[in-house]
Design a protein around this ligand. Structure first.
Ligand SMILES: Nc1ncnc2c1ncn2[C@@H]1O[C@H](COP(=O)(O)OP(=O)(O)OP(=O)(O)O)[C@@H](O)[C@H]1O
Length: 376
């Protein structure tokens, strides 16, 4: 069973409390991302689950077993790190086979273990059994490196080295795969390819996976669920779409994608019961978020705002005039930085070859559809 449960996990160091009561409930086969800024406790959470760090308090369960006192090598977790941590004097095949040999180190009689240890300390591995050959071959095929099995790891690109590290974790047939910023050392294009590879393998093998990253795009594009962390705590745990459309607070909204966030007060409700929120004396927006609160934060994503062009259907509500400050061509989209009664508004539109780009100083009418005006 590869489910992972973390209950009220606290980790205190001499000078810092890294975790202040983290709860996670990850079902078997799910792909979870731990997302948050530097120092929020992602790696510490991961290291506690792996068994490299002893929690100050709280419980960790893998399957239905509490593993707090189980050593790292018996938790059956595969690890992939940012630094690939490969053995430079072994080739690709040997690097992957090595982890199977390490597992041997923890099984068998004292005599067998001593022999395994001696073998590992010698620079070459002994001839692998047919079983090991098959497992290593399968793991390398998974990461599309079967053809490079004999290559020295120093003769591989960064992306290939990370694939070896992934194969080395997979060959152990772990019940949980733990990945700590595994793509951070790769360039953007390679990162995108590796995202797809990891996701494909994870879905094929249905292996419970926890993936640490500070890159929201990475977390959102790969994971089934994302746990956003801040200062040793989980702020929100949700699917990527929930997180994006209904962030729990401004920190999450801002961390997950670009956002326009304003202070507002709910003044009344309209005939349909939707709140009307005052942003400034002249700007009142209708939202379809039902709330009991009076003071709210109003979130509008840049791509949720529409610039009304000639011929657009006239909208009856949530239309305001704004001034263009900067327009930035981004390839598939155009970003407009607008000024609206002293407030900054970011709008992102899909680029259409025949549309006129607005220039600095232009006045535009913008529509904020009420379903895109989210109260948090
Ligand atoms: N061994 C340690 N001794 C003392 N403090 C530590 C230790 N490891 C981590 N910390 C502290 O615990 C907090 C959480 O660190 P952690 O490495 O888990 O954060 P992170 O979210 O993974 O950050 P990053 O994205 O930068 O890797 C930080 O304040 C850090 O300084």
């Amino acid at each position: 069973m590869g489910s992972v449960k973390v209950q009220n996990l606290v980790k205190k160091y001499d000078k810092a409390t890294a975790l202040k009561g983290v709860d996670l409930d990850i079902k078997e086969g799910e792909f979870y991302a731990l997302l948050g800024p530097s120092g929020c406790g992602k790696t510490t959470t991961m290291r506690c689950i792996a068994g490299f760090e002893k929690p100050t308090s709280g419980e960790i369960l893998i399957g239905d077993k509490v593993v707090n006192n189980v050593p790292a090598n018996r938790r059956n977790c595969g690890m992939v790190f940012q630094s690939y941590a490969l053995f430079p004097h072994y080739n690709v095949f040997e690097n992957v086979a090595y982890s199977l040999n390490i597992r041997d180190l923890y099984s068998g009689s004292m005599g067998q273990r001593a022999k395994t240890f001696a073998r590992l300390m010698s620079r070459r591995l002994s001839k692998p059994t047919k079983e090991i050959q098959r497992k290593v071959h399968d793991a390398l095929e998974y990461v599309e490196l079967g053809h490079l099995a004999e290559r020295g790891v120093n003769e591989l690109s960064g992306g290939q080295q990370q694939r070896v590290a992934l194969a080395r974790a997979l060959v152990m047939e772990p019940s949980v795969l733990l990945m700590d910023e595994p793509l951070s050392n790769l360039d953007k294009k390679l990162r995108n390819t590796m995202r797809t590879t990891i996701r494909r393998i994870q879905q094929d093998l249905k292996i419970t996976t926890i993936f640490v990253t500070h890159d929201q795009e990475e977390a959102m594009s790969m994971a089934d669920h994302v746990a956003v962390m801040r200062d040793g705590e989980i702020v929100q745990m949700a699917t990527p779409t929930e997180l994006y459309s209904s962030p729990k607070d401004p920190f999450v909204a801002d961390f997950v994608g670009s956002s326009n966030i304003y202070e507002g007060q709910v003044m009344e409700t309209n005939a349909q019961g939707n709140p009307i929120v005052k942003i400034t004396d002249n700007i009142h927006l209708v939202s379809d978020t039902r709330t009991d609160k009076k003071d709210v934060k109003v979130l509008v994503r840049p791509e949720g705002i529409e610039i009304l062009r000639k011929g657009s259907t006239v909208k009856s509500e949530n239309v305001v005039e704004a001034k263009v400050k900067i327009s930035t061509y981004l390839g598939p989209t155009i970003r407009y930085d607008l000024e609206l009664e002293g407030m900054d508004v970011m709008v992102e539109e899909e680029f259409q070859p025949n549309t006129t780009l607005y220039a600095e100083g232009d006045t535009v009418s913008v529509h904020l559809p009420m379903e895109r005006v989210v109260l948090i």
